[in-house]
Design a protein around this ligand. Structure first.
Ligand code: SF4
Length: 334
């Protein structure tokens, strides 16, 4: 167990300031994420090094399509989450707590060493919401980088600005979920708010972290043209044309078992809309669609990376440039 960061005493309780929930936590209780506990008046990070899920995954599975394609990454997942998404597709981890999982504690050194030894390009903190284990990532990241590895986050981006910016100092690439594009959607479906997520995405892009966005399209909830258009306009206007966008297909899960899977036509409509708005790299995920997975040069439309599932084939990209017209393709390719 490790002392948590980003909290203060408030009467005989503590106030966590890591994420916008700002939980007031009384002695012996945990915050909403389930992994930050007030033990004897001090906030403790129960999830520190608690990683019950450890796999070697293709980087494309995060999904990151423009960040060292074709490589594998040691991917670790813990328990708990600071959102309550009805559609959660990793609910067995996100709704689990530390109790009963004590045997899965892994020291920082083991993660750092394991990443370098397994033919991995680094470590992806993923599966559940990684940022609630802020302290572990901050401790592990320098060692991962010292050995030449990359630090990758797959995150909901729902953190206070200060700790988020600290994390970004240690992050090479992030896939960030934007789960919908209204405050109403965030409140009703995720239990959080949209504004901090947008702020954090913008800050990461400005800082030069490699960012790709994921938007899970849920029929009847965030698939209306107004919401999709608003999202695409924000991406184009606030982030620029080069941030890759992944529209992913919803399958009935968790508390939305009654909602049907996203129709393929809706996925294609979202892609067309994003491209109309001037976003250069738009992908469809959780759906077999070879075209939706390919990277085309935004200038001459030549396929520069083709993908089938999680396997990528570079088509003559040279120094990150299109082999036909020489246009630079945004991303980290080598
Ligand atoms: S990180 Fe956890 S304990 Fe802290 S404010 Fe967010 S949900 Fe509450």
């Amino acid at each position: 167990m490790m002392d948590a960061k980003h909290w203060k005493e408030e009467g005989d309780a503590v106030r966590c300031a890591l994420c916008p929930h700002h939980c007031l936590i009384r002695k012996g209780k945990t915050g909403l994420c389930g992994v930050r506990k007030n033990i004897s008046g001090k906030l403790t990070a129960l999830g520190y090094g608690l990683y019950p899920a450890i796999h070697l995954d293709p980087i494309e599975k995060k999904p990151l399509n423009h960040f060292l394609p074709g490589r594998s990454i040691l991917s670790v997942g813990s328990v708990g989450c600071n959102l309550r998404c009805l559609q959660c597709q990793n609910w067995s981890l996100s709704t689990d707590g530390p109790d009963g999982n004590e045997a899965y504690h892994v020291p920082v050194e083991a993660i750092v060493k394991g990443a370098a030894e397994r033919g991995s390009m680094g470590v992806a903190f993923t599966y559940n919401e990684p940022t609630i284990n802020f302290e572990f990532i901050m401790d592990a990241a320098p060692g991962i980088r010292e050995r030449g590895g990359k630090v990758v986050l797959v995150t909901n981006g729902y953190l206070e600005a200060g700790p988020w910016d600290e994390l970004m100092e240690m992050t090479d690439a992030a896939n960030i979920d934007v789960k919908g594009f209204t405050e109403d959607f965030y409140r009703k479906v995720t239990g959080g708010t949209l504004a901090p997520v947008l702020r954090n995405v913008e800050a990461s892009v400005r800082k030069g972290v490699h960012v790709e966005l994921a938007y899970l399209i849920i029929p009847g909830m965030n698939d209306d043209t107004e919401q999709l258009e608003g999202f695409c306009k924000w991406v184009r206007g606030s982030l620029g044309p080069e941030v890759p966008l992944h529209f992913t297909r919803f399958h009935p899960d968790h508390k939305l078992l009654h909602v049907p899977a996203t129709p393929p036509g809706t996925m294609e409509r979202a892609r067309d809309l994003a491209m109309e708005k001037g976003i250069d790299y738009v992908y469809l995920g959780n759906i077999h669609d070879k075209e939706g997975g390919s990277t085309r040069c935004p200038n001459c439309s030549t396929v520069v990376v083709s993908r089938d599932g999680f396997s990528s084939t570079l088509k003559g990209l040279k120094d990150g440039k299109c082999p036909k017209c020489g246009t630079a393709i945004a991303g980290v390719w080598q």
